[in-house]
Design a protein around this ligand. Structure first.
Ligand code: T5A
Length: 214
């Protein structure tokens, strides 16, 4: 049986990942591809519990950058072992809201943790289980934060500074530039419909190539 394909959506706060995950899901459904949707941090019961730790603010004991990085990978280890790998092995496609590229952008670019350390953790936790396709929804930081703010209270990471999110954006764009075969960058400042149309354009040849290779 052919291994499933692994697709991730990435981007800064409020970029529209959750919204556009539905577009990708609709494309896969129309193509008759078996798939699951999931997210990081999270995706399994234990990983969702770790997400709770990561996103809740506690001013009495601020989270150390090292703790944050290790918790991201602790959640990812559960997710990869119990959800992502079993699905891919069963021929099911995995559509995931964020993965290790987010760690490179947020903990690497945003927090300034050494990329070599992040890459070593990634190699340990998920080996060569990297996405086959990553769509980066890119938009100016202020626009994304405005959109996210309309949704309500900010979580711990959303309380970061504008500079932090500018570094995250730059780190994402650098990663996309360094891996052009895997990344597609989409201008996410346009309407939901325009962004959805771009995603459909990206997925058409990807689905065709997957059919040819299987
Ligand atoms: N994190 C995560 C790390 O630091 N390291 C890691 O390794 C990982 C995996 C997770 C947090 O953890 C951090 C990153 C995050 O800070 P999250 O919930 O996954 O949190 O991520 P968020 O970015 O916070 O998710 P958001 O829900 O804020 O962003 P989305 O999913 O990109 O945006 P979405 O689709 O919910 O849209 C936000 C709002 O904008 C509207 C939507 O209707 C919604 O109201 N919208 C648009 N408005 C106008 N035009 C468009 N084109 C729009 N598209 C959506």
């Amino acid at each position: 049986m052919a291994r499933g394909r692994f697709i991730t959506l990435e981007g800064g706060e409020g970029a529209g990942k959750s919204t556009q995950l539905q577009t990708v899901a609709a494309c896969l459904r129309e193509a008759g591809v078996p798939f699951i949707t999931t997210r990081e941090p999270g995706g399994t019961a234990r990983a969702e519990a770790i997400r709770g730790l990561l996103l809740s603010a506690d001013e009495a004991e601020p989270m150390a950058a090292e703790t944050e990085l290790l918790l991201m990978f602790a959640a990812r280890a559960q997710h990869v072992r119990h959800r992502i790998e079993p699905a891919l092995e069963a021929g099911t496609w995995v559509l995931c809201d964020r993965f290790t590229d987010a760690t490179r952008a947020y903990q690497g670019g945003g927090r300034g943790m050494p990329l070599a350390r992040i890459d070593a953790l990634a190699a340990w936790v998920h080996g060569d289980c990297w996405p086959d396709l990553t769509v980066l929804l890119d938009l100016p930081v202020a626009e994304g934060l405005d959109r996210a703010a309309k949704r309500g209270a900010k979580d711990r990471i959303e309380q970061e500074t504008l500079d932090f999110f500018e570094r995250v954006r730059m780190a994402y764009l650098e990663q996309a530039g360094a891996s052009p075969d895997r990344f597609r960058v989409v201008d996410a400042s346009r309407s939901e419909a325009a962004v959805a149309a771009s995603l459909r354009e990206i997925l058409r040849p990807f689905l065709q190539a997957a059919r040819t290779h299987d």
